[in-house]
Design a protein around this ligand. Structure first.
Ligand code: 4FV
Length: 243
């Protein structure tokens, strides 16, 4: 079982996302243990202050070292397993499927959700924390990024997905975007399912799906296609003609 701790100022934001579908099933079946801790519980002053003005001036407030690091110390003592400490911040490494796979293989992860303008830099240094960003945009807090990362991890845990879901041919599982999917009816408002998918010829279906995945990737994520070609080149030495 993997343990994920979340340090947050707004634990109630997690109420619903953690109590539905795959995450709920994962918690109930003991695949994952998610523990929320409130950073404000570790504020020392009577006003429970956790943020302060930035040195050097500038707008907004910054999360203070003491409440966050005291909360982290408390959480780390709760379980002997050393967890990977991760700050959610736009300054972090970009979160992606390989990172989700890597984190899903951990015993324990400690996610720290920021707020305001961000963290006092000494939190990262003192905690020896990594930084992860879920995307190049600024959110009001790190809670949603924490939920995104938890969701991406849980579905990769063995036994988390029922057979109605499969992580096997996920987008990005082979470095490409996923091929288009179709289900009944065969025709909808004049839009037909491609004949090859009705042919039962699995070899042709496989070739069609690979071609579609490459076209979709080229259209929406040429950066991924470049990486994919490089990967397939490196793995075969020679340039492999993409079927
Ligand atoms: C974010 C992101 C993000 C920035 C200031 C919360 C906010 C406040 N976190 N990926 N993008 N965080 O926008 O992870 O701390």
């Amino acid at each position: 079982m993997i343990r994920i701790d979340v340090l947050t100022l707004f634990g109630e934001m997690f109420d619903s996302p953690l109590n539905f579908s795959i995450i709920k099933r994962g918690r109930q079946s003991g695949l994952i243990d998610i523990v929320l801790s409130n950073i404000r519980d570790f504020a020392k002053d009577s006003y429970k202050k956790v943020d302060d003005k930035p040195y050097g001036g500038g707008a907004g407030m910054v999360l203070m070292c003491q409440p966050v690091l005291d909360c982290l110390e408390h959480v780390q003592k709760q379980d002997a397993r050393p967890g990977r400490v991760i700050l959610l911040t736009p300054q972090g490494k970009k979160f992606d499927q390989p990172t989700a796979k890597e984190l899903a293989a951990q015993q324990r992860i400690i996610l720290i959700a920021g707020h305001y303008e961000g963290f006092d830099e000494r939190i990262r240094i003192a905690a020896g924390a990594e930084e992860i960003s879920i995307g190049d945009y600024v959110l009001s807090g790190g809670e949603l990024p924490a939920m995104v990362i938890i969701d991406a991890i849980v579905r990769l845990l063995p036994g988390a997905l029922g057979d109605e879901d499969s992580a096997a041919n996920d987008s990005f599982s082979d470095g490409l975007l996923e091929y288009p999917q179709y289900t009944r009816p065969e025709e909808f408002k004049g839009l037909k399912v491609p004949d090859v998918l009705l042919s039962g010829n699995h070899k042709e279906i496989e070739k069609w799906r690979k071609r579609q995945a490459i076209e979709k990737t080229n259209e929406n994520r040429p950066d991924l296609l470049h990486k994919y070609k490089k990967q397939s080149r490196d793995s075969n030495g020679a340039v492999k003609k993409i079927q």
